[in-house]
Design a binder for this molecule. Structure first.
Ligand SMILES: Cc1cc2nc3c(=O)[nH]c(=O)nc-3n(C[C@H](O)[C@H](O)[C@H](O)COP(=O)(O)OP(=O)(O)OC[C@H]3O[C@@H](n4cnc5c(N)ncnc54)[C@H](O)[C@@H]3O)c2cc1C
Length: 379
């Protein structure tokens, strides 16, 4: 492809590819099978500076830009959607939010710890039975002098239990609905914070999802992220940044699946010919290649916009919309091309199918992507 990557970006991409093949691919199936948080891989990613790759150097990051980070996510997702997902939740949601809205003190304490790998980050927005967009948050934060007291439950928190820093969204003014939601930086060791259960998933297994309980958790007022009531705006932008990374996950997963289907199609003989010679198979592969190529360009473009401080939320919503369509159809076609073998657990396609579905659903924006794109058009 001809996207103009700098020499540094190409080096980072090559390094991420080698890292993924050497350390992640050999354990990817095991991570999926055991559903265990990949702590050893995370430690190795710390050594590579992946955890703070786009964060400024003064807070322990590598300052290499959002596109470099996206290139890493794509390479990781080619071999393990779960490992890519661990990094996306840490970097695009937790680290991004503190870097974007944190005070200098918050950045010195929490962002530095996230970049240097002392703590993993997570983002706790979703709640059992509450829709984030409608302001129905049931985790409530009540101000008491110089701190807030948090009570309630968060569900489906990726990296939950493994994380040392949570960005938690809580209702500080229930009468104000969505405008009464605020964001807090909460230490994973805070008294009263516990993991009620982990949620066994169909895909992205190993990127641990947990239900968290907040039982009178005291959070210093200094840990309020942004202004009181700014929570939903913070969540919307962080989720948009994450949509770009999730688009990169879909690119990586679909690319790996397509390459597997090409290999299989050349080897599988039916009617004395490799099945890849049949026009019906070639049409599926060609559509897949075109769609992956276009999604990749859109992902790199949106990452460049974010990196350059340009508006990027409409482009991120376009990625969410397009990735959902092409990611799923690519994996269905790959399994079709690989026939009965593709449907078996012996081939990688079934794991990639389960992972791509997770990459599409996870961290849906507070609004539907169509609404965001139309809002931008009609503004
Ligand atoms: C792998 C994975 C990782 C995740 N990680 C996190 C995380 O780290 N932190 C976190 O907070 N959450 C996380 N989540 C939760 C995720 O953000 C939610 O699952 C997602 O936002 C969808 O919300 P929901 O499950 O409540 O579905 P719902 O909002 O209940 O939607 C269910 C269905 O109803 C449809 N629907 C909803 N509203 C409307 C409407 N107004 N009109 C028409 N149709 C509608 C939806 O499109 C969908 O098909 C994760 C989820 C997954 C799968």
């Amino acid at each position: 492809m001809s996207y103009p990557l700098t020499e540094e970006q190409q080096l980072i991409q090559q390094n991420a590819k080698e890292f993924s093949l050497e350390y992640v691919e050999p354990v990817a199936a095991e991570i999926d099978h055991t559903e265990k948080h990949p702590a050893e891989i995370v430690s190795k990613m710390v050594e590579q500076d992946f955890l703070g790759i786009f964060i400024p150097g003064e807070f322990g990051g590598a300052e290499a830009g959002y596109l470099s980070y996206i290139l890493i996510i794509e390479e990781l997702a080619r071999v393990s959607g779960a490992v890519a997902s661990v990094l996306v939740n840490h970097a695009s949601l937790a680290a991004y939010s503190i870097n974007r809205w944190g005070t200098t003190e918050q950045k010195e304490i929490y962002l530095t710890a996230l970049c240097q790998g002392q703590k993993l980050g997570a983002f706790a927005l979703n709640e059992p039975g509450a829709a984030p967009g409608a302001g129905e948050h049931k985790v409530v934060a009540v101000k008491d002098g110089d701190h807030y007291v948090l009570n309630g439950r968060k569900s489906y928190v990726a990296n939950g239990g493994a994380a040392g820093v949570y960005i938690v969204f809580a209702q500080t003014n229930p009468e104000a609905g969505a405008k009464g939601i605020s964001a807090f930086i909460v230490d994973g060791q805070a008294e009263g914070l516990s993991v009620a259960r982990t949620i066994s998933k169909m895909g992205l297994r190993g990127c641990q999802s947990a239900e968290l309980v907040f039982d009178n958790v005291k959070v210093s007022a200094a840990n309020l992220l942004g202004a009181e009531g700014a929570g939903l705006a913070i969540a919307a932008e962080a989720l948009a940044a994450a949509s770009i990374a999730e688009g990169a996950m879909v690119v990586g997963i679909a690319q790996a699946a397509m390459e597997d289907a090409v290999k299989y199609g050349k080897q599988r003989i039916q009617f004395r010919r490799p099945i890849a010679s049949f026009p019906a198979i070639q049409t599926m592969l060609a559509e897949m290649a075109a769609n992956i190529h276009m999604l990749r360009l859109a992902v790199y473009d949106a990452a460049s916009l974010l990196e350059n401080g340009e508006p990027f939320t409409a482009e991120a919503a376009m990625i969410k919309l397009f990735a959902a369509r092409i990611g799923q159809s690519a994996l269905i076609d790959v399994i079709q091309i690989e026939g009965g073998y593709g449907y078996s657990q012996e081939m990688v396609a079934s794991r990639l199918y389960r992972d791509v579905k997770g990459a599409i659903i996870k961290n849906s924006s507070v609004d539907f992507p169509e609404k965001i794109i139309a809002g931008d058009l009609l503004a």
